[in-house]
Design a protein around this ligand. Sequence first.
Ligand code: 3EB
Length: 331
Amino acid sequence: MLRFVSSLSTVSRETGGQLGGALVGVPASGAVPPWPVQRVFAPLLGSTSPVVHETWLVDGPLTSGRGEDIHWRRNGGLLYGVIDLDEVDFRGGPDCSPLQAASAEAYRRIFRLLDAQGVPHLWRAWNYLPRINLETHGLERYRQFNIGRQDAFVDCHRSSTGNVPAACAIGLVGGTLSIAFLAGEVPAVPIENPRQISAYNYPADYGPRSPTFSRATLARIGGQELLFISGTASIVGHQTVHSGDAAGQCRESLANIAAVVTEASRQAQRAFVLPELSYRVYIRNAGDFPAVRAVMEATVGAAEIVYLQADICRADLLLEIEAYASHLQEN
Ligand code: 3EB
């Protein structure tokens, strides 16, 4: 049984072993638990606590390891890891920025680990990079990341279209390139959104290489169905809609999530519904928070929602929403 637990200010005392997790927010002190933790250093919005601890709990024995800047833990056919690379350690080259080189290296190390551990299927990746919209080396940093990421998929003989992980790619003020990942012994089912062109088919207007992610993945393990919904924005077809209108972008993003949930539900044993999802909402401008929260609450009701201030990968996107849900299979 995999359980996702979100708790304020202290590490959860729930029973079960910790596979890994994330520390979201701006912690006052540096105490970090012994399992792999991705730090998402960004201000929480509307929270009574400066941090949220998100933890993946499992039953049964855990094995773990550290090396090559990856910290990982696994339980049966499930592995969670975090890799942090500082791009200043990478030289790049004339046609390759240090960030591009670091991104490619990070994914190559992830794939090497997953192959060695016999859990080759990447289900979900959480990508954070400093100053995502900044242009250096003649290219926006998000686009540099996309080149490096796709190169690694190709180098490691993985498809860069179709069966690709769910993901998010978010900009933070500083820190290192940080990628958390959840992988399995068995493949997940990739889900696309009929309202959007698949990201791996985006036209070249959005960068020399398309981003390598699917709109969601549906995984089955230990009698559970897990639904990982990628960062979802106000994009219809391949174009940003509702420029400058945060409430409008929030409504459109939720319409996209609803469409993805409908697609996923067709493949699942039981339907998923919006109020049962846990959400993380990234808002570019903190001043938009009240308007965004109002739309979220009107649409998804009493769902669990974490809001934080962070940058989104297109300059005209004001927010992005990701989500997770799980339930038991029928039989
Ligand atoms: C989009 O739909 C918005 O590059 O991994 C969302 C989720 C976005 C994941 C990624 C980017 C990524 O294109 C941006």
